[in-house]
Design a protein around this ligand. Structure first.
Ligand code: FAD
Length: 391
């Protein structure tokens, strides 16, 4: 790698690690600062569906061998498409053919977030500094430094890329508070169970909907892949969500994980049809984790005065509701685009962040709008950009 100042990357999530791969392959030095102590610090949880755009972006960054390893780790689900059931009666209520969800070869392609992170981190490990909580940054005469929560500062970098997710301090500072993440009030739990618990469903992607509560619906989504259903050592995941006010944690503490979160999921699904109950009754309690359903400004990614040395990628700039399953797919497009611009310029050059932001605003705004409008009907969320609470 060249001896120039490194590109500093805040957060070691999906977008940051894919950008790091791109920089590594372009011989551009970089450093990642990750808040957690390791990759296994917390449950890595849920499964991501990959869209054609997301897969193309990932393939454009990784070298062919690494992409092949990534592809081999992806599950490819066929079945009859996206089938929705009434969670209580077990009746089928909707059926979408797999066309709209399939990515390659007519299959729905998905991967566990933890597996995706591991592949993206290959070869970048020595450039990750763990337990570094980025709280902001300062510009220098000829670069930028990250500032950590303990008051210390990083080495001087040529640029800082904020990829530290929905609570990004870099995004807040860069945009002067224009980048906002709204709390929709909807909450969810994601969890895992041995694959044998999913046998009653068969192969496919399923949405279960429970409309029996007066205060709103509960839904769960799961992807059942072929081949592994007889091996209880393999776990499949599910993601449950509730319209605002329906899924509640004790004392509104959504940081609780494990058994406490698992017990809530079990109690919410206690009257569900026997075909679906094993997903919850037999769950791996350690993996159960709450999540807040958040969304960036629904009308699109706002403008802010560009800084040539600092920009933001992934959920830090466009967080989305789970509707449409496009958050990570949009995040990896940022990494591919910014990585390409940096490669073409051979590293930092004035104008790169402006060119990146101009193009990103178009596809990311479309994605946020699409996800939000689907979520208003499916999850009953409603954001007022002036008055809704932010995270
Ligand atoms: C349950 C669930 C299901 C989902 N399903 C899908 C799906 O099917 N398809 C899809 O496209 N998207 C899906 N998403 C969205 C997707 O997970 C996100 O869009 C994606 O992870 C964003 O990647 P990121 O790298 O921007 O942020 P993250 O993956 O959130 O990574 C941010 C990283 O920054 C670190 N960090 C945080 N704060 C700091 C700090 N101050 N300093 C240093 N490091 C910090 C975090 O520890 C983390 O490692 C889903 C999300 C959830 C919650």
């Amino acid at each position: 790698m060249s001896a120039s100042k490194p590109v500093l990357i805040s957060g070691g999530g999906l977008a940051s690690l894919l950008l790091a791969q791109s920089l590594r392959l372009s011989n551009i030095p970089f450093k990642i600062f990750e808040r957690d102590a390791s990759f296994v610090f917390r449950a890595q949880g849920y499964r991501l569906r990959l869209s054609p755009e997301g897969l193309d972006a990932i393939e454009s960054v990784l070298d062919p061998q690494t992409f092949q390893r990534f592809w081999d780790r992806c599950g490819k689900t066929g079945g009859s498409g996206f089938v929705a059931f009434d969670a209580v009666t077990g009746e089928q209520i909707e059926h979408e053919t797999s066309g709209s969800l399939a990515s390659r070869g007519g299959k729905i392609v998905g991967i566990a977030r933890g597996d995706m992170r591991k592949v993206f981190a290959e070869g970048c490990e020595e450039h990750i500094e763990w337990s570094k909580h980025v709280a902001g940054y300062e510009l220098t005469d000829d670069g930028v430094r990250a500032i950590f929560a303990d008051g210390t500062k990083s080495v001087e970098g040529s640029m800082l890329i904020g990829g530290e997710g929905i609570y990004s301090k870099v995004a807040k500072q860069l945009s002067g508070g224009r980048l906002k993440v709204y709390d929709t009030g909807a909450r969810g739990i994601h969890g895992q169970a041995p694959s044998t618990a999913f046998k009653g469903l068969g192969e496919g992607v399923f949405r279960l909907r429970d409309d029996t509560r007066p205060n709103g619906a509960i839904f769960a989504i799961t992807n059942v892949r072929p081949g592994d259903m007889d091996n209880p050592d393999i776990q499949f995941g599910w993601t449950m969500g509730g319209q605002p006010g329906v899924v509640r944690a004790p004392n509104d503490d959504y940081t609780i994980m494990g058994k406490e979160a698992a017990d809530i999921a079990k109690s919410l699904t206690k009257d569900w049809h026997p075909r679906f109950k094993p997903l919850f009754d037999e769950m791996n309690e350690w993996e159960a984790t709450f999540w807040k359903i958040t969304c960036s400004t629904p009308s699109g990614v706002p403008e802010w005065p560009n800084d040539p040395r600092v920009t933001v990628i992934g959920d830090a700039v466009h967080s989305m509701t789970p509707a449409g399953g496009i958050g990570a797919n949009t995040a990896v497009r940022d990494s591919a685009l910014l990585g390409r611009l940096l490669r073409e310029a051979g590293g930092y050059k004035p104008g790169i962040t402006a060119a990146y932001e101009k193009e990103m605003r178009v596809y990311a705004s479309e994605a946020v709008q699409k996800s939000y409008s689907t979520a208003t009907t499916s999850f009953g969320v409603n954001i007022d950009e002036e008055s809704s609470p932010t995270v």
